[in-house]
Design a protein around this ligand. Structure first.
Ligand code: SF4
Ligand code: SF4
Length: 178
């Protein structure tokens, strides 16, 4: 509807804007600043100087893992009882609550009369997992945790992304800063 819009005249671009020269020089200055700053600090580090001044903004992976929060949720592990058997009682709470439906448990009976069931197989498909942590929260036995700080979650095919029970039972908690 005419009358409701205010027409604003855009000033024509001057030669500075049309040449892109100031923007290019500004970008070159930022790049050169980082380059020479890092070159100077890395050289000083070589001679044992300025050790407390950090150089590049990147981490020298894998020698220098990136710090993460202690509550970081990473790859899963299954906890064991003192006798080495899984603490999991195959109750399906984690499988039921998992929004990605990536947990699959096959139960079996155990001779211990105080334990109703135990998992015969326990799989987590990490290619579907969204690392929400619901499985850890839902577990009534504190049998599953996500405190394996393993960042190399990659595989050449989807089958390599499936965690099996043995892998999870033999995983240890770790933190890169420890
Ligand atoms: S972290 Fe979330 S998505 Fe991944 S297995 Fe647990 S409940 Fe499922
Ligand atoms: S919720 Fe805990 S005890 Fe139940 S099946 Fe999952 S890991 Fe096992």
């Amino acid at each position: 509807m005419p009358g409701q819009f205010k027409k604003v005249r855009r000033p024509p671009d001057n030669w500075r804007v049309r040449s892109y020269l100031p923007a290019i020089l500004h970008g070159l200055w930022i790049t050169a600043h980082h380059f020479f700053r890092n070159l100077f600090i890395f050289t000083a580090h070589r001679f044992g100087l300025l050790k407390r001044v950090r150089a590049g903004v990147v981490y020298q992976w894998p020698e220098e893992p990136r710090p993460v929060a202690p509550r970081y949720r990473g790859r899963h592990r299954l906890l064991k009882r003192p006798d080495g058997t899984p603490r999991c009682v195959a109750c399906y709470m984690c499988e039921t609550i998992c929004p990605a439906e990536c947990i699959h448990i096959i139960p079996q009976e155990v001779p211990d009369p105080f334990i109703e069931k135990a998992p015969r197989a326990f799989y987590i498909d990490l290619s579907k997992c969204i690392f929400c942590g619901y499985c850890v929260e839902a577990c009534p036995e504190d049998a599953i945790r996500m405190d394996v700080f393993d960042f190399r979650l990659a595989g050449y095919d989807r089958f390599q992304m499936v965690l099996d029970m043995e892998t999870m039972l033999n995983s240890e908690p770790s933190h890169p800063s420890q």
